[in-house]
Design a protein around this ligand. Sequence first.
Ligand code: NDP
Length: 236
Amino acid sequence: MTSPKTVLVTGGNRGIGYAIATEFKNAGHNVCITYRSGEPPAEFFSVKADVTDTASIDAAFKEIEAEFGPVEVLVANAGITKDTLLMRMSEEDFTSVIDTNLTGAFRVVKRATKGMLKLKRGRVILISSVVGLYGGMGQGNYSSSKAALVGMARSITRELGSRNITANVIAPGFIQTEMTDVLPQETKKQYVNSIPAKRFAQPEEVAQVVRWIASDEASYISGAVIPVDGGLGMGH
Ligand code: NDP
């Protein structure tokens, strides 16, 4: 085992974020999560924060740093969907998804990299989606927010690559969580048919890849987009 790292997973209270936090915890790391609502899971150091609110992010980092020191591994996972066809999509439908998924990632990355620079090492992992690269019916807002994370990771790589900081994107396909549970049965069937693996994935299958990309084994990978999609995006 490598020495314990301070890991922060935004939206780690449920779904993919919870699986990622659990994976790091089981590997012996100091795991912190942000949660926005409800009661947080007891097994992690949990801080309440909303990624659309810079002050709450800063307060969360202060709490974490006081307990564990600087965040070495940041997983920007918090995200929302507000699917609807372009003709019906309001400006608010568009900007609120961008504010959470893209600007939210920017807010936490900006705050986390300060500490990584001091620490002289760090890992930034942005949770995107196959939809960011592939597009999605009724997902102009979501797809745009997720595609932009690729540009963000690559710019961080160029800016901070020489400082022992890597930035990568994980692009999950269809994962069984509350986000996909709400899809109509017929839509799910159609998706499954189009996935070479012929199934949705479990959150743990994403979490294992995230843990690996943050590990010492992946120290020379940066600016990459790693699909975890059962072959749906054919490597993109
Ligand atoms: P869930 O809807 O199950 O969980 C979303 C998480 O994000 C929750 O913890 C939620 O907190 C948090 N969150 C949402 N908005 C905010 C906010 N403004 N501030 C702080 N936290 C917030 O989603 P998944 O687990 O399915 O998705 C996790 C990530 O993976 C997302 O970025 C999603 O886009 C991406 N993804 C998911 C796929 C899937 O098939 N499920 C496929 C590809 C990518 P709260 O509990 O308070 O609402």
